[in-house]
Design a protein around this ligand. Structure first.
Ligand SMILES: [Zn+2]
Length: 453
C-alpha cells in the first residue's frame, strides 16, 4: 500500500508563517538598551541556521547544540535526539532557512536572564536523505533568546498540525518525537524507536534481500540511492504520518513527501499526460506494521513490495495536480502501482499457485467491472476483496513477465502508471500499450486469464 499527501499540506504550512518585526530601534546593530535591531537579529539568526546546517552535514553534534541556550535543558535534550535521528537517516543535503524574525516579548520565568527578549520564527528545513531524489520539507518553530546583544536558541519545535486541515506531515514524524535506533543493510536504513520490541539489526538480512531483488529488477533506471524503513506498531503506524482510516489494515505503506526547493518553498510541477513524469514526489519513507507481520518471511515480502513503490517516487500517481477527488478518471490507475509492487512481492514470496487459487475461489464474488479493479474501493474495507484486487493486479504483471521478461514488464509499468485511469480500464484500451511493447494482446490476455484460477 502507498499513501499520497497533497501539496496542499506544504502550501498551508507555509501560509501560516508571516512574522512581523516590531520595535526595531533606528540605526543598525544594538540600541542603547543593548537590544539588537531587526537587521542584526536577522543576521545572527541566519548565521545560526547556516552553522547548524553545516553541523548536520558534518555530523558535528557539538556544533549543532552550541547555539542552544544551555539553561533550556529540555530543548538541549530534544535537539540532541533530533540530531542523532536525522543523522541516522543519512542526510545528503540539509539547509535551514530562517523566516523573518518577530518579537514575542519578555520571557517569563526565572530561567532567563534579566533584560532578555524572545523572538519567534519559522524555520524551514529543506532536507534530502538517501531515500530521496529531491528536497523535502521539515518545518520548525524556533524561539530565539536575545540577551546582551547575543542570540541563542531557547526552543525548536516541529510545527503544530493545527495549521492544516489534513494534518502536518512533520508533527508526528518519529524522528522529531522519539529516540530511534538504526541498523544498515548497505544503502537501506532501518529505524525503530529505541524502546521498540523490534531490533532493526534483526531485519538487515531481509532488507538486503528485498533491496537486491528490487534494484535487480529496476536496473539502471533513475532511483534514490537508499531506502528508509521504519518498524512500527499499529498505533505508531497511524500516529506518525496521520491516521488515515484506510491505513489500519495495511501491513506496510510508503509515505511520499512533496518536493520543495532549497529554500523550503513548494515546487509545483505541471502534470504531464504524455509519458512518465520525471519528478513528482521527493522520496519515500517505508513504514512496516510489525504487529501485523507475524513471520520473518512476511517482513521479506512486504519490504520487497514497499521498495517496489519506493524505487521510483516520481512514478507515484499525482492526484493533487490533476483533480483532488480520489475518484477522478484522470488519476493514475491504482491497480498499476499496486500490481507492479505485488508482482515484485510474488517473486519474493514464490507462492503464485496459492494466489491464483485465491483469485479463482473469489472470482464470482469480486470480479472487476472493467479489465482490472477500479480506483474507487480498490482498498476495500473487506480484506478478502482488497486482497483480491491486489492479486489480480499483480497477475497482470506476472503475465507480462511470462511473455516478455522482467525488463519489458518494468517498461510496461512505467508506461501505464503515467496514464489516466480511464484509458487503463478495458482490454481494448490496454491492447495499445501492450502492442507498443511488442506483446500480442490475444496471447497476453489468455496468459492473464490462465493465472486467475
Ligand atoms: Zn502497495
Amino acid at each position: 500500500m502507498w499513501v499520497r499527501k497533497s501539496v496542499i499540506l506544504v502550501l498551508a504550512a507555509l501560509a501560516a508563517t508571516a512574522c512581523v518585526p516590531t520595535n526595531s530601534p533606528p540605526g543598525g546593530g544594538r540600541s542603547s538598551s543593548g537590544e539588537l535591531d531587526h537587521a542584526e537579529l536577522q543576521k545572527q539568526s541566519q548565521q545560526i541556521a547556516a552553522d547548524r546546517s553545516k553541523a548536520m552535514m558534518d555530523g558535528n553534534e557539538q556544533a549543532w547544540l552550541s547555539p542552544l541556550d544551555p539553561s533550556q535543558t529540555e530543548s538541549v535534550t530534544a535537539e540532541r535526539m533530533r540530531f542523532r535521528n536525522l543523522r541516522a537517516m543519512r542526510p545528503q543535503q540539509f539547509v535551514l532557512n530562517v523566516e523573518s524574525v518577530g518579537d514575542i516579548g519578555e520571557p517569563a520565568g526565572a530561567d532567563f536572564p534579566k533584560g532578555a527578549t524572545l523572538h519567534k520564527t519559522r524555520v524551514h528545513a529543506a532536507v534530502r536523505y538517501e531515500a530521496d531524489l529531491e528536497f523535502t520539507l521539515q518545518d520548525y518553530d524556533y524561539v530565539f533568546l536575545q540577551s546582551n546583544g547575543k542570540l541563542s536558541i531557547a526552543s525548536a519545535k516541529p510545527i503544530d498540525a493545527g495549521a492544516t486541515t489534513y494534518g502536518n506531515p512533520v508533527k508526528n514524524a518519529p524522528w522529531d518525537n522519539v529516540p530511534l535506533r538504526a541498523a544498515y543493510a548497505g544503502s537501506v536504513t532501518i529505524l525503530a524507536p529505541e524502546d521498540s520490541k523490534w531490533d532493526p539489526a534483526s531485519f538487515t538480512a531481509s532488507a538486503a534481500r528485498a533491496n537486491a531483488l528490487v534494484r535487480g529488477i529496476w536496473g539502471q533506471r533513475k532511483a534514490p540511492k537508499g531506502f528508509l524503513v521504519l518498524l512500527a506498531t499499529t498505533e505508531q503506524k497511524l500516529q506518525w504520518f496521520g491516521a488515515s482510516g484506510d491505513l489500519r489494515n495495511a501491513s506496510g505503506y510508503v509515505y511520499n513527501p512533496e518536493i520543495v526547493d532549497e529554500k523550503g518553498s513548494p515546487v509545483v510541477i505541471p502534470p504531464k499526460l504524455d509519458g512518465p513524469p520525471e519528478r513528482s514526489m521527493a522520496g519515500s519513507r517505508i513504514v512496516l506494521d510489525m504487529d501485523r507481520l507475524k513471520t520473518p518471511e512476511a517482513a521479506d515480502r512486504i519490504m520487497a513490495h514497499e521498495m517496489a513503490h519506493a524505487i521510483a517516487p516520481y512514478l507515484m500517481p499525482r492526484v493533487a495536480f490533476l483533480e483532488t477527488s480520489p475518484r477522478s478518471i484522470l488519476n493514475s490507475p491504482t491497480w498499476v502501482a499496486e500490481g507492479f509492487a505485488e508482482w515484485v512481492e510474488i517473486i519474493a514470496h514464490k507462492n503464485l499457485k496459492e494466489r491464483s487459487a485465491f483469485v479463482g475461489r473469489n472470482w464470482a464474488q469480486f470480479k472487476p467491472a472493467g479489465a482490472l479493479p477500479a480506483n474507487d474501493n480498490f482498498y476495500a474495507a473487506n480484506s478478502d476483496q482488497s486482497s483480491f484486487n491486489y492479486q489480480i493486479s499483480g497477475m497482470f504483471f506476472v503475465a507480462a513477465e511470462r511473455l516478455g521478461g522482467r525488463a519489458k514488464t518494468v517498461q510496461l509499468y512505467e508506461d501505464l502508471v503515467a496514464q489516466p485511469v480511464f484509458v487503463t480500464d478495458s482490454r481494448t484500451f490496454l491492447d495499445g500499450p501492450l502492442r507498443k511493447r511488442g506483446y500480442n494482446p490475444d496471447r497476453f490476455w489468455s496468459t492473464f486469464d490462465s493465472l486467475l484460477k
